[in-house]
Design a protein around this ligand. Structure first.
Ligand code: NDP
Length: 286
């Protein structure tokens, strides 16, 4: 089996390239030069020309704050191109897996969000990702929109690598404690996407929107404490509120995702983020 992946340098795209062989899948990644998501027609053309059996979109405009001032550009990358990809996949009869985000929700504290829960993005990034979800599902092919949250690996620009870097020069940090979510290892997302693609190709599993995030849900502050404890760094973490740490784009307070439909439909369980953290720190920290 061969899978075409949009994205090559990102956290999930890199993990897909590594995970492919373990699934017995040849993964063909496309970087920005080979297929620019600023050009929806070029993305569709890449799919029309591929000999792959399924397609995964792991590329996106992920600069949340920058999207506030460049929403038109983000809209093309996060919505128009995924829509064009989904239409080309529908035309070719290829299963399509598209990754989306907890930022489609307004973050009102409460229960974890189900896939059917009402959306209400707080900012431009979430709006463009939500438009992408709709464009993908409207294309009418065999598609899964996989919403995830708080993605990390050992080398990308993410919360784990940021905390580890800060711990080299700081012995105390203030970290937001009123946002909660499930930190999600990029390699677990890659495994999930490959399993979904494989099962869709075999006619197994329900298309549409599913959720996937790591377990257990935590606050950023508690996640920071876990990172320092795992790495053996002595850093005092003080809880602060979102209001104490203003950002250009608002972040959802509640990013917790109800992942039960993915388990029911595809047999994929939530990954244990602590196990992934242990592995990453062993591999990357001196
Ligand atoms: P990264 O930010 O690590 O990588 C983004 C990827 O998209 C890079 O490979 C980048 O390539 C590529 N890309 C951006 N613009 C273009 C373009 N115009 N043409 C082609 N490629 C482009 O993303 P992640 O791996 O973290 O995210 C994967 C998915 O998960 C995305 O859909 C994201 O929305 C979603 N997600 C991510 C979360 C997170 O915490 N990171 C949380 C929830 C969902 P280049 O290096 O050339 O810029």
């Amino acid at each position: 089996m061969k899978i075409l992946v949009f994205g090559e340098t990102g956290q999930v795209a890199r993990a897909l390239a590594v995970a492919g062989p373990a699934h017995g899948i040849t993964v063909h990644t496309l970087n920005r030069t080979q297929s620019d998501l600023s050009d929806p027609a070029a993305c569709a053309a890449a799919i029309m020309a591929t000999d792959a059996d399924a397609v995964i979109n792991a590329a996106a405009w992920t600069a949340v704050d920058a999207a506030e001032v460049q929403e038109d550009a983000a809209q093309i990358i996060n919505a128009d191109s995924p829509g064009a990809m989904a239409q080309a996949c529908a035309t070719r009869g290829l299963p399509f897996v598209h990754i989306s985000t907890d930022y489609v929700f307004d973050g009102t504290p409460g229960a974890p969000w189900t896939p059917a829960a009402p959306t209400g993005p707080l900012g431009a990034y979430g709006r463009t990702k939500l438009a992408g979800e709709r464009a993908v599902l409207d294309a009418g092919g065999t598609a899964v929109v996989l919403r995830t949250a708080w993605v990390f690996d050992g080398q990308g620009k993410n919360f784990v690598t940021t905390m580890l870097r800060l711990s080299e020069t700081r012995d105390a940090l203030n970290v937001v404690a009123d946002q909660t979510g499930g930190p999600t290892p990029a390699d677990a997302i890659a495994d999930a996407c490959l399993t979904i693609a494989q099962k869709l190709l075999d006619g197994i599993g329900q298309g549409g929107i599913h959720h996937f995030s790591g377990t257990p849900d935590v606050s950023w502050a508690d996640f920071a404490r876990a990172i320092f404890a795992t790495a053996g760094r002595v850093v005092t973490v003080t809880d602060i509120t979102t209001a104490d740490y203003p950002t250009t784009a608002a972040r959802p307070a509640n990013s917790r995702l109800d992942c039960s439909s993915l388990t029911a439909s595809f047999g994929i369980a939530r990954p244990d983020w602590q196990a992934a953290l242990d592995r990453i720190i062993t591999e990357t920290q001196p």
